[in-house]
Design a protein around this ligand. Structure first.
Ligand code: KG4
Ligand code: ZN
Length: 334
């Protein structure tokens, strides 16, 4: 059979990324230009600044990706792009670049859901086995997703307030760590003991939903109360306690859902999947209960275009292409 080459573009937040993926599996290149340095001084992503960077970068990065992949435009079978959800001004840059590329080269255009992309990052590691459960944890999402086959996504649980990554970033800011706070807290957590008792939001016994705003407030209150009493709390102790609470709930609910839905495989997806503590605890739980587990390497956990190209390849094979009126969608259900 003929090989399928898909070029993917991802610009939903603060990384401009372009990748070429062969057969939905082999990453020929995955160029990522991060804007973290530009946003750091604001303590978070500034949407206007992000869009401008994408505009400056996207065509250069498309060229760089094709060169690195040693692929010409004529070799491509389709152009996949993140359609949403994300920052609308950022998404628009990618969508327009993809449309121009598809139109000029007479290629099919494929709009991809950002979360589908995060889930399909796992296919770049190993073949997906269904029914499959994905724990999607990022700066904007916390979801448990069951898939019975390619392209079918059933969201069985989601956060009712903050996303996990958002909670990490807010707690980090409270402790005085720079943006993005997730990796810094993860690092600190490994230097401390989880000796502070923080809440775990299990919600109703049969709910797969999450809630992290109470935990975030508990961390802030703990720091505040200690300060009032003139006590010092080690940042590493607080980070370790926060992380332990987050991971207990994430892993606990994931394993319960895996049992309840009788899945074959568990996958971890999204930026917070880079978390060392979460990777370790989920691996151990899956070993104990004999579940096959895929965890993407760090470079495929945070936003990147290879995951978009991978998800796009499966859509392409099902004939799910987009029209030229494809629009960016800031909010977009899976
Ligand atoms: O998926 P992603 O790159 O962007 C979104 O689609 O949101 O996720 C970014 C989020 C940020 O909140 C960042 O702090 C968090 O992932 N993150 C981590 C770690 N690395 C990145 N959170 C916890 N531990 C980490 N090691
Ligand atoms: Zn993401």
């Amino acid at each position: 059979e003929k090989d399928i080459y898909v070029l993917g573009i991802e610009t939903s937040c603060d990384e401009t990324s372009v990748a070429v993926v062969k057969n939905g599996r082999d990453v020929l290149c995955n160029v990522i230009a991060s804007q973290i340095e530009s946003h750091k001084r604001f303590g978070g992503v500034v949407p206007e600044v992000a869009s401008r960077h994408h505009v400056e970068q996207v065509t250069l990065i498309i060229e760089e990706a094709l060169t690195e992949a040693e692929v010409t435009l004529g070799d491509l079978d389709a152009v996949a792009v993140t359609e949403g959800p994300g920052l609308v001004g950022s998404l628009l840059v990618g969508v327009h670049a993809a449309k121009a590329l598809a139109f000029a080269n007479n290629l099919p255009l494929i709009g991809v859901h950002h979360i589908a992309g995060h889930i399909y990052a796992n296919h770049l590691v190993d073949t997906l086995k269904f029914p499959m459960l994905s724990l999607v944890v990022s700066g904007g999402h916390t979801e448990l997703v069951v898939m019975d086959e390619h392209g079918s996504f059933k969201v069985i649980g989601e956060t009712r307030d903050d996303a996990v990554g958002e909670a990490y970033d807010k707690v980090a800011r409270t402790i005085g760590l720079p943006y993005p706070g997730g990796p810094a807290i993860d690092q600190l957590a490994h230097e401390g003991e989880p000796s502070i008792d923080l809440p775990r939001a299990w919600l109703e016994p049969d709910s797969y939903d999450f809630s992290f705003s109470g935990l975030k407030s508990a961390v802030i209150n703990t720091l505040h109360n200690a300060k009032q009493r003139g006590e010092e709390i080690e940042a590493s102790t607080l980070a370790a306690s926060f992380q332990e609470s987050v991971i207990d709930v994430l892993v606990g609910k994931t394993m319960k859902a895996a049992r309840d839905y009788g899945v074959q495989q568990i996958c971890l997806a999204g930026g917070v999947a880079a978390n060392k503590g979460l990777r370790e605890r989920l691996s151990t739980a899956c070993e104990e209960e004999d579940y096959s587990l895929i965890i993407p390497p760090l470079s495929l956990c945070t936003d990147n275009a290879a995951m978009i190209a991978a998800a796009g390849t499966f859509q392409f094979m099902r004939g799910e292409t987009s029209e030229m009126d494809l629009n960016a969608r800031a909010s977009f259900p899976l």
